[in-house]
Design a protein around this ligand. Structure first.
Ligand code: CMP
Length: 139
């Protein structure tokens, strides 16, 4: 079925001017960018977005990293978009990411891993609503 997923191009990638190259991967592999904005997250937004990871040892560093520069938040649409985006991104740790994936080609480390993608359809709905009003998404 056609789905939507939330994607974030992270500060390590915007800093290296990789937004276009990353978007090309999504588009070449059949995902459509139906909403997109470049923003600077506040600490409160980063903490709120990653609240599920609050108890993890990497939480504070992750929040600090996510506010080091602009991010591009986007909604990707397509057949099985949640799973497809996870394939396009590759494993969280770039050391384990498959050839051709965004994280294999561009990520600097497990933290500075260039992109975030929703991990389930349910989380996608929550994450999309965190950043976008319905009328900002144009399918
Ligand atoms: P993301 O998909 O955005 O979800 C949580 C983020 O935490 C992850 O990508 C990484 O950027 C970051 N992170 C840092 N250390 C770890 C770790 N050990 N395991 C998982 N995620 C980590």
């Amino acid at each position: 079925a056609t789905e939507r997923t939330l994607s974030i191009i992270k500060p390590d990638a915007t800093r290296r001017n990789l937004t276009g190259k990353i978007n090309a991967k999504f588009e070449e592999q059949g995902l459509r960018i139906v909403a997109q904005k470049r923003i600077k997250l506040t600490k409160e937004q980063a903490e709120g977005f990653y609240a599920v990871h609050k108890e993890r040892p990497f939480f504070n560093d992750l929040v600090a990293f996510m506010i080091t520069g602009p991010v591009v938040v986007q909604v990707l649409e397509g057949e099985g978009a949640v799973a497809k985006n996870r394939e396009i991104m590759g494993a969280t740790n770039p050391a384990n990411a498959a050839p051709g994936t965004i994280r294999k080609e561009f990520a600097e480390s497990i933290e500075a891993n260039s992109v975030h993608g929703s991990d389930s359809a349910e989380n996608a709905a929550t994450e999309i609503a965190f950043f976008f009003k319905p009328e900002e998404i144009v399918g």
